[in-house]
Design a protein around this ligand. Sequence first.
Ligand code: NAP
Length: 249
Amino acid sequence: MKNKVILITGATSGIGKATAFKFGQAGAKVVVSGRRQSEGQSVVEAIKAEGGEAIFVRADVTIEDDVKALVSKTVETYGRLDVAFNNAGVEHVAPISEVTRGDYQRLFDINVWGVTNSMQHEIAAMQKTGGGSIINTSSIGGHVGMAGLSIYIASKHAVEGLTKTTALEYAKEGIRVNAVAPGAIDTDMVTRFAGEEGSEMRAGLASMHPVGRMGRDTEIADAVLFLASDAASFITGTSLKVDGGFLAQ
Ligand code: NAP
C-alpha cells in the first residue's frame, strides 16, 4: 500500500476508523471522511502520530456536491485515487409494519445512494489513472434476512447488487469492485443497537456467531486491506464474508 491513495467514507468511527489506521500503518495516503469534523480530525492526528499521511475532508454521502468535492480534494492533494472504501452507513431497527417513508428515504439515501454516488465520482477519478479498487461495506444482512431489521437488510442487499453490477461494468477498465460483509462488529453501531457492555442483547449477538463472539473492527480492516491489494488482483464482483462463520450455518 506504500504511497497508494485511499479514500474512506464513514472513517470517523468504528470499522472505517480502524481501516484508516490500518492503511496509514501500511504506508498509504489516507483521506478520512465523515460528517463529524472533530472525530475525523483526531483520526488524522493519530495516523500522523504514527508516521502516516492523512487528511480529513468533511462530507455527507447523501449530498452529491459533498462527494464530488471529497473526490476532487483527494486528487488535488495526492494526485490520484487508488482505493475507495465506501463504508458510511446507518442502522434502522424496526419491523416492516413500523417503517415510515421518511425512515426508508433516510436509510436508503445514506446506505444505497451514498454508495452509488460515491462510486460514480470515484470511478471517474480512477479512470484517469488506469484503474483502482473499490470496496463497499455490506453486511451478513446483505445475504440473509433478519427479523426486525427490514429496511436495513434491504439496503445491504442493494449494496450487494450494486457491487456486482458495477464490477461487471468496469471489469475491462482495471477497476475492481467488491464488498465486505461483516458479522456483528463491536462498534458504536452495536452499542446503539444492543446497549452497553454486559447487556443481554450483546450476549445474544456474540452467541449467534459460531466462533462465540462479535468481531473486531480491525478484523474487517484486514479484509479490506486484502481486497484492496494486488493479492486480490483476480477478485472482482465478490462479497467477502467476515462473520465468524455466521453465514455458514
Ligand atoms: P459507526 O461507528 O456508527 O460508523 C458509521 C460511520 O458512518 C460513521 O463514521 C459515520 O460518520 C458515517 N456516516 C453515517 N452517516 C453518514 C453520512 N450521511 N455521510 C457520511 N458519513 C456518514 O458504525 P460501524 O459499525 O463502524 O459501521 C460502518 C459500516 O459497517 C456501516 O455501513 C454498517 O452498516 C456496516 N456494518 C456494521 C456492522 C456492525 O455490526 N457494526 C455489521 C455489518 C455491517 P459521521 O457520523 O461522522 O458522519
